[in-house]
Ligand binder design. Sequence first.
Ligand SMILES: Cc1ncc(COP(=O)(O)O)c(C=O)c1O
Length: 379
Amino acid sequence: MKINYNDRLTKCKPSKIREFNEKAREMGAKYFLTLGEPDFDTPDSIKDALLNSIKKNHTRYAPTVGVSSLRNKVCKFENRVNKVSYQADEVLITSGSTEALTACLFTILNEDDEVIVPIPCYALYEPVISFCNAKFIALDTRPTFQIETNKLANLITKKTKAILLTSPNNPTGTIYDNQTLENIYQLVKGTNILVICDNCYDQLIYGKRELGFSKYQDIKDQIVVCQSFSKPYAMTGWRLGYMLGNKELCQKVSIIHQYMVVCVNTFVQDAGIAALDYEPKEMISIYEKRRDYVYERLIKMGFDVIKPNGAFYLFPSIKKFNMSSFDFCYKLVEKKKVAFIPGDCFMADDYIRISYCVDDNTIKIAMNLLEEFVQEINY
Ligand SMILES: Cc1ncc(COP(=O)(O)O)c(C=O)c1O
């Protein structure tokens, strides 16, 4: 029998990142600086909270929108850390920020709606937007990785439904500066354009932490925040996140959330409360040292690379090597057993992404081998 699959699924290709990672493994790669996954264990206070919750038999369905204790905690956390004011009914607890982003896009997008996305960007956005039969409008930020207001203004049309901001960014680690945020605010204020903030990395900032786009509380109804517990608290496998938006939007998004997942695991939500009390300072200072180390090594090797102030990635240009990012990365695996992610996975074929969320020794060996590789290839 032949299954006639959903037509829109044909537009939706599986993640090239995972595909490349698997291929690199098959090719015998030994040093992986590929996935965006903290190498730390989840802190004990969070694990203990989960065990306590299970012992108390918090093992039944939770409310679709999330347990009220976590939603209230999220409001307090957002108020303390981001100086924003949300009520519990403006919070939806989701299965990671992946679900928050996907459910939100499914909820708001109609055919031919346009979503402006600064590229290079995280690999989820384009397939999900295409799945909705909406249009992914790329705003190229190379080589500074900051958003140029004129370029953004030129892309805005009557069909623009949303602008998607990821700051700190995956893959570049870039944080949008205050002037950029102000310019975007001025552009969208008074329009029907939503600003979706993927704040997955906004606890992982080196140096002074400035407030993100959600600080523009006078246009709060236009702002949707998608947040994740995965990266700051080393909880990738727990699948916990949340969405902040106005009450009506939260209710609409919860319809899709209900039919897809019913609710997030009750005891995981209880542990989320403990996570929001955890300060990831130690992890941040380790990431910062690694960032400095990798950056300095890349500069010494002659790479053209920006030193970003957030997330745990560096995104050097490989333009001068005159090969595609896949060629570069495959050759590196083949010759040196080191795996990075080709920039093409983020719509920037002239770059590679190096994740430094692995142990110091692996980073050092990978940098030594990259140095050898660069000296050996002719360009
Ligand atoms: C920019 C960005 N958004 C969202 C996610 C998804 O995170 P989660 O584990 O919360 O689904 C990731 C994961 O790598 C990411 O890099």
